[in-house]
Write a protein that binds this ligand. Structure first.
Ligand SMILES: [Zn+2]
Length: 271
């Protein structure tokens, strides 16, 4: 049975061959895939990314379509030039993705399904594959996932590990303060540049945090002065370090997580 690192290498190879290329032909011998009703055919879509998540291999196509496959015991993916002879018999073929330069052939793949963005998020086995701020982080994918949350409040979205992995309740408040974003703003009211900035700051703060490592500084987000390491978290009633306005506190989301913000530095976005 292929281990995770095998799938990781397979995903990397497929990604290098396919990413950015437009699918010219899609074939499958898997009835569930052939029967699926997707609004746009696979042919014509661009392959955006191929990634592994545990033992799953996921191919992201343009317009928010994802193909999840699982190798189980005998499945494998091969990459061939268009005129190259396959090293396995055609009867073992389950999925063929053809582009202008390469063809990816999935042999004996037992598990495969198309998913839209929400389906991918709901897929039980894939719950932990949100772009990991401390892993091989993909800010574009994080952006797409955050943007896809539409009417959700930004602070709740940042806690959703299926959207972006690594942010906890402390950083949620701190990141949004640094970015001057109100935690109750709905994603759809925030411009692209703001979401990009939130992602950039999130990655920076978490990576700095890991580098520094020691507990006293682990949560430093505002200042390197250890006597006042946080901008807003658990500071309700205290004054904002930037503008002297009292920090506010509220419960937010279905889990009623505590959120802290400065009402002056973090004014609600116009909706
Ligand atoms: Zn302030």
């Amino acid at each position: 049975m292929p281990e995770g690192d095998t799938i990781f290498r397979a995903a990397r190879t497929l990604h290098q061959a396919l990413a950015g290329r437009v699918v010219t032909r899609f074939e499958t011998a898997l009835a569930p895939l052939a029967a699926v009703d997707v609004s746009t055919p696979i042919a014509g879509r661009r392959v955006e990314r191929v990634l592994s998540a545990g033992k799953h291999l996921i191919i992201d196509f343009s317009d928010g379509l994802h193909l999840r496959t699982h190798m189980r015991m005998n499945g494998s993916w091969h990459i061939y030039r268009l005129d190259e002879r396959w090293r396995r018999p055609r009867r073992d073929m389950r999925i063929v993705i053809t582009t202008d330069a390469f063809v990816a052939v999935g042999f004996n793949i037992p598990v495969a399904e198309f998913l839209d963005v929400r389906g991918l998020e709901r897929q039980e086995d894939l719950r932990r594959i949100g772009p990991d701020l401390l892993g091989h982080f993909d800010p574009d994918e994080a952006f797409r996932r955050i943007r896809a949350r539409g009417d959700a409040e930004i602070a709740n979205v940042l806690l959703n590990q299926r959207v972006i992995a690594g942010i906890g309740n402390v950083f949620k408040s701190e990141i949004l303060f640094v970015c001057n974003v109100n935690p109750f703003d709905r994603v759809e009211t925030l411009p692209d540049a703001t979401l990009r900035e939130i992602i950039r700051v999130s990655e920076k703060l978490l990576r700095v945090n890991v580098r520094e490592g020691e507990p006293a500084q682990r949560r430093t987000t505002g200042s390197l002065d250890r006597s006042r390491p946080l901008w807003v978290y658990q500071r309700h009633g205290d004054t904002c370090r930037r503008c002297r306005t009292p920090i506010e506190y509220g419960k937010q989301g279905s889990d009623a997580r505590g959120t802290y913000w400065c009402p002056r530095c973090q004014k609600p976005a116009p909706s």
